[in-house]
Design a protein around this ligand. Sequence first.
Ligand code: SF4
Length: 307
Amino acid sequence: MNKDDFVKYFQNLSLHKDNVISKEAIELVMQYYSDYKKEKLPVIWLETNDSGDNNISFMNTTYPYLDRVFTEMIDLLYSNTFMAAQGKDALDILNNTAKYYAGKFTLVVEGAIPIKDQGLYNVIAVTEQQPLTALKVVTWLGGLAKYVVAIGTCASFGGPSGARPNLTGSMGVKDVLKRQVVNVSGCPVNPDWFVGTLAHLILYGMPDLDELGRPKLFYGFTIHRHCQRRSYFDRNQFALKLGDIECMFSLGCMGPRTGADCPYRLWVNHVNWPVKANTPCIGCTNADFPDGSTPFFTPMPEKSPQE
Ligand code: SF4
């Protein structure tokens, strides 16, 4: 399958019965490994300022399940969350991985980077010499990585960690590194967006990105474009309260200016998504989330202006 077909394949999930697209993606990756005798994608995963929601959402991947991602797609060399090693052992692994896989590994950052007060609001490790802040470690590893992937809206744009009044000076990875970063935003990320991005990196390298650095194949269209309540919007029929069946623009829905494929990819093993569950889209993939989306249940023109 060539790259164009791959992109169409992922975008056209709604055309496929049983949502088997990710399941088929891993078969493609396996075929690629056996055809080209490549090693799995080496990954260093750092968790910084966030709530941990992205790794939990990632663990909900179903096609493929998590075990197949770890055993057949990626070689997770270091992860604050998933590894057993602690303390000096963990730091040794991080140092050795950076040394031996320089220029080859993919750096996944989950969380924003606080830069205020020399970055002391997030410390990855404490050595006898110094605290290793997220700012230092991400800057160090970001310079050695082949690809940098920001998972979640905090890592992509600052997100809730960087929301007003942002006392820690938290910002997205791209603003710290000044290099190309693949932003896989969402609060949390949909597991398909992240696993699909990894699959693209393995098979074809860098995906086509939108103006916010996000893979177009997942973020290329607005929620509003494919929303099942769109016909109500077009007829100016708006919900008066949660639970009404009409369009929820009146209840603060951010769908018209939020890029993501939630209406047809769905969540929780492709079962549901917010509008289908009677609550407005809160625009969690946006660069100005959450400040640009609040108050959540206030119509878009009346939301708080940005400072
Ligand atoms: S509910 Fe939201 S996304 Fe759906 S049609 Fe209305 S404004 Fe658009």
